[in-house]
Design a protein. Structure first.
Length: 78
């Protein structure tokens, strides 16, 4: 399906649903699996990318902090 300018298949929806549920409803750990009608193990192993999102956000925050520390003039760019 290219209505969005790029291929968007059903698995992208599944990744999005499981990851969004894990991030936005962390107090409901089985929500993503229930929405996708799969086991929690399958959701964690194959669809939930919340840990990757968290790692990327921490990485970018660390790089930004280093840039501000090493090159204060770069802090205006952010």
């Amino acid at each position: 399906m290219k209505k969005f300018g790029f291929a968007f298949g059903p698995h992208r929806f599944r990744y999005s649903a499981a990851t969004s549920a894990a991030i936005d409803a962390a107090s409901l750990p089985g929500l993503g699996a229930a929405m996708l009608n799969i086991t929690g193990e399958v959701a964690e192993r194959h669809y939930n990318r919340a840990k990757q999102v968290d790692a990327a956000e921490k990485y970018h925050a660390t790089v930004a902090k280093l840039r501000r520390t090493l090159r204060p003039e770069w802090s205006e760019i952010e």
